[in-house]
Design a protein around this ligand. Structure first.
Ligand code: AHR
Length: 517
């Protein structure tokens, strides 16, 4: 408390054949195994009479026989692109191909290939009625996972990121029936409009009620909500996120935050349903199953058949979330088909990919302890609550839960260089440590290249011989430093007061510690 006021004072001073439905054999063949699936979700939809007409995944094949590319990445160093395929037919993404192609530079995901054979690939979304464009592309390293023990990467959608296809083939239009599911990270969301996957307008404009039918995930309450504080799986039907038959709140739609979340939506003439479950185990719960919303314009529907990911129909692009896989079908899938798809999903073996805590491995949680004695060895790097500055302050087991969380970071692959690191706040999802005018701040990753550079640090042996130092990727003579209890990037001697050579080596050396939160 006293140290905190001193610090603040000092800072102030320093400024599956379409045969009859689903066979029990199909279910047993997929459930309970972590092997490459003999059947993919789309084989199951096909067997149910509702074939996939779009199938997107950066992690695995969605058909047992698929052996094409999953996605394409583009690297910053020379703008070259590379398709990322599978380790084997029907299997898992070849993440090592991405790692080697992008080594020493950064990569974005440029294309999500459609595995259905319909050519419904997703690429960078253009400008729309609600926001300019083109939208940002997802950093290819920000959502590492494992699937059946195989490393893979999801699509990390920061606000401003979006994918779209306005010229699709076989996607439902008008009041035609369709189904869809997606696997999201249930811990990565916000209340911005609109983290969607599914059917939208073909002209990037809000063309009226009922012109969309997409899965939404987040805690936006502008149009609808469920029970608790969210986040919720809802249906974006245009000019409305629906959680049931009514506009507004519907108590049967629960808050869901599974690390891996299965979200399902289907809609046909005057009927629709929302379902969801844990993508790692168990079955699906039905959140809504009934008539179209009792509001004008949604019965019949006016679906247009574009496909969006990460944005609203009019390119509203203020939402965040993470997508691993998703499909859209022709026809209204039966509950039994969807249940079999969920069994396939849980058998796939999604895991967080984290190698534990307290290590400089993407996905790991850490706290960073200062090493300068005697002032600061019980001080940890944290973000302020009153502003977006980054400081050090004393933290121990008696610190409040908020103070502990403020001093805890999720290690991410470097936003600008996958060989280095970035640090995301554990309690301010989507916000990263970055420098601005050489001072450290916590802000939302806006997807811009400049932000990525300012948020990327390369770990080196501690400048004092102790612990680890973090070198700014775009100012390589400068390292993450505390100076008068505030965090900067600093060189050993220079024009800024915090470049002072006194204690520079100790101030720039940190111990990577177990996370406080
Ligand atoms: O329906 C919610 C949002 O409203 C849609 O995604 C967008 O097109 C409109 O702004």
């Amino acid at each position: 408390m006293i140290k905190s006021s001193i610090r603040r004072f000092r800072r102030a001073l320093l400024a599956v054949g379409a045969t009859a439905a689903l066979s029990a054999g199909l279910l047993t063949a997929t459930a309970g195994t972590s092997q490459a699936a003999a059947q993919g979700p789309c084989d199951i939809y096909l067997a149910g009479g509702t074939p996939c007409v779009a199938a997107h995944s950066t992690t695995r094949a969605l058909y047992g026989a698929y052996n094409g590319p999953l996605y394409q990445v583009r690297r910053a160093v020379d703008n070259a692109t590379r398709d990322i395929g599978l380790l084997s037919a029907g299997g898992y993404a070849d993440a090592a191909a991405q790692d080697s192609f992008c080594a020493g530079t950064s990569c974005v995901i440029t294309v999500l290939y459609d595995q259905s054979g319909k050519g419904n690939h997703l690429t960078q979304a253009p400008a729309g009625g609600a926001a300019g464009g083109p939208d940002n592309l997802a950093n290819a390293f920000e959502a590492p996972v494992t699937v059946a023990g195989h490393k893979a990467y999801g699509v990390y959608v920061a606000p401003g990121t979006g994918y779209r296809n306005n010229n699709t083939n076989g996607i439902a239009t008008g009041d035609q029936p369709e189904g869809m599911y997606a696997i999201f990270d249930g811990t990565h969301f916000n209340d911005g409009c609109c983290f969607d996957y599914g059917n939208a307008e073909t002209n990037n404009l809000d063309t009226g009620n009922g012109h969309m039918e997409a899965l939404y995930f987040g805690n936006n309450k502008a149009w609808g909500s469920g029970s608790g504080n969210g986040p919720w799986v809802m249906a974006d039907l245009e000019n409305g996120l629906f959680s049931g038959v009514n506009r507004g709140a519907n108590a049967n739609d629960p808050s869901v935050n599974n690390r891996f979340l299965t979200a399902m939506l289907k809609g046909g003439p005057n009927q629709w349903a929302l379902r969801g479950g844990d993508a790692r185990s168990g079955g699906l719960a039905t959140f809504y199953n009934g008539a179209r919303p009792n509001a004008t314009g949604y019965n019949p529907m006016h679906k247009e058949g574009a496909i969006i990911l990460g944005i609203g129909g009019d390119n509203s692009k203020w939402a965040q979330g993470t997508f691993y896989e998703g499909v859209m079908t022709q026809g209204y899938p039966s509950d039994a088909t969807e249940n079999a798809v969920q069994a396939n999903i849980t058998a796939a073996g999604y895991d967080s990919g984290s190698t534990g805590t307290g290590t400089l491995t993407p996905g790991s949680r850490i706290s960073l302890r200062a090493t300068t004695a005697p002032c600061c060895t019980s001080h940890y790097l944290r973000h302020d609550d009153a502003d977006n500055k980054v400081v050090i302050s004393g933290t121990d087991s008696s610190s409040s839960a908020t103070d502990k969380a403020d001093a805890t970071w999720i290690v991410r692959a470097g936003l600008a260089n996958s060989s280095c690191l970035s640090f995301e706040s554990v309690n301010k999802s989507g916000q990263f440590l970055h420098h601005y005018n050489y001072e450290l701040y916590l802000d939302t990753d806006n997807g811009a290249g400049a932000f990525a550079l300012d948020a990327t640090f390369c770990p080196t042996t501690g400048n004092s011989g102790v612990g680890t130092s973090f070198q700014s990727v775009n100012f390589p003579t400068k390292y993450l430093r505390h100076y008068h209890y505030t965090a900067y990037i600093a060189s050993n001697g220079g024009t800024n007061s915090w470049d002072s050579g006194t204690s520079w080596a100790a101030d720039t050396s940190w111990l990577v510690a177990q996370p406080w939160s």
